[in-house]
Design a protein around this ligand. Structure first.
Ligand SMILES: *Cc1c(COP(=O)(O)O)cnc(C)c1O
Length: 404
């Protein structure tokens, strides 16, 4: 029998990164603003903007930093209310608190996407929204943009886990006013840590660049991907010179050197991740006790993990299922049942306002999460699917064990 695969190791970093890192080691040129031009971070920004088809990109220390800077760049007043989904990673409400704003939580459905009725109801009293495409599940961006545009409410996309996902063929992260991505190790491109924001808004990016730590005239080293800066951008930098605090959330050249050679790998990773996910989803959906929610019609996903809901299982059976899978070598996270889980909203006790979300809570008690790194083979995927199906079989039909 094939052993359960290691799902924690990432793919090796492409060899080209070593040459770039060696060169940096030799020169000691690790700070993005030392070189007069073409520092690895600046090149990454051009390449990433080109990849996504946006005018501007700003590389920073994490996606959380990108979310924080996006909120600051929107110039929201202190205590502005920011609508976020009730199912996301704790870093998202944290970035809102960090920006001196108040997170307002919105219900999420059984398919992990924003509940549009609750979203519409709560939109009246908010000044901005962050759409967190949690685990790469895209919420209904058509409905969200229609509602927000009608009220002139800016939309920040938390696309941390959505690099390579498209909506009507358009890149996720480019639909709202600003999109934020992560290069933390569990995301599609791995630099250990890192983040980037993309936008077409010159004023917003100028504010974010300065606040990220482009002190004095370092903003001159930020170019749009097509070379010379537009007058819009130059004017925006001039407007904000010396007007904004510097939070120093810059990316190091070392991180950029690790990220850049992974960009050409992205298309393959997305293709393999989706094929792997859909293969396991089809197998899991053969069980009446497992439901893998379908994507929305305009969405083409880029998954590196799978989420599914257990059907007609008590909390006790759900825990027994997770234990049975773990005993066989597959780790299942049940978002709402593991202690102190950072994706369960009731553990965000640092929020200035607590709120109960019954629908999201019910989903979190049934929703399971299993890592499926894109490098897994069909055989390894079968081992994982076999184990999950056997484990659910064990807890739902215990009588069978004593058989006739
Ligand atoms: C990983 C993740 C974040 C945080 O990204 P960092 O780069 O670690 O700050 C935020 N939101 C979502 C949905 C994520 O998956």
């Amino acid at each position: 029998m094939t052993l359960p695969p290691n799902v924690h190791d990432a793919e090796p970093i492409p060899a080209a990164a070593r040459d770039a890192i060696d060169a940096l080691m030799q020169s000691g040129d690790l700070f993005r603003y030392t070189a007069p031009q073409d520092a690895p971070v600046a090149l990454l920004e051009s390449e990433f903007a080109e990849l996504l088809g946006t005018k501007y990109a700003l590389a920073v220390s994490s996606c959380s930093a990108a979310l924080f800077l996006s909120l600051k760049a929107l110039d929201l007043p202190r205590d502005a209310r920011v609508l976020i989904p009730g199912f996301t990673f704790a870093a998202v409400p944290s970035s809102v608190v960090h920006a001196d704003c108040i997170p307002v939580l919105c219900e999420v459905g059984q398919n992990y996407r924003i509940d549009m009725d609750d979203f519409a109801a709560k939109l009246e009293n908010v000044q901005a929204v962050i759409i967190s495409h949690m685990r790469g599940h895209t919420s209904d961006m058509d409905a969200i943009m229609a509602l927000c545009d009608a009220r002139d409410i800016p939309v920040i996309e938390d696309a941390a886990h959505s690099l390579g996902t498209t909506w009507h063929g358009r890149n996720i992260g480019t639909i709202g006013k600003v999109g934020c991505f992560s290069f933390q190790s569990y995301k599609m491109i791995n630099a250990g840590e890192g983040g980037i924001l993309v936008t077409d808004d010159a004023d917003l990016v100028a504010r974010a660049v300065i606040m990220s730590g482009a002190y004095e005239h370092n903003w001159k080293k930020h170019k749009s991907p097509h070379g010379d800066n537009s007058p819009d951008l130059e004017q925006a930098f001039a407007r904000w010179q010396n007007q904004l605090p510097l939070y120093n959330l810059r990316m190091s050249n070392l991180s950029a050197a690790v990220i850049r050679p992974q960009i050409p790998e992205l298309a393959r990773r997305v293709r393999d991740g989706l094929a792997n996910h859909d293969y396991v989803a089809d197998r899991l959906n053969t069980s009446p006790h497992i439901h893998v929610p379908a994507p929305l019609a305009p969405e083409r996903r880029a998954p590196d993990s799978i989420q599914f809901n257990l059907v007609d299982l008590s909390d006790e059976d759900t825990l027994a299922f997770a234990a049975a899978a773990e005993a066989r070598g597959v780790k299942v996270q049940v978002f709402g049942l593991s202690e102190d889980n950072a994706r369960a909203f009731w553990n965000w006790q640092f929020l200035p306002e607590q709120i109960e979300l019954p629908q999201t809570r019910a989903m979190l008690m049934k929703a399971c999460d299993v890592r499926l790194p894109v490098r897994l083979t069909r055989k390894e995927l079968d081992v994982i699917a076999d184990i999950l199906l056997a484990s659910v079989g064990e807890v739902t039909a215990p009588a069978m064990a004593f058989g006739t």
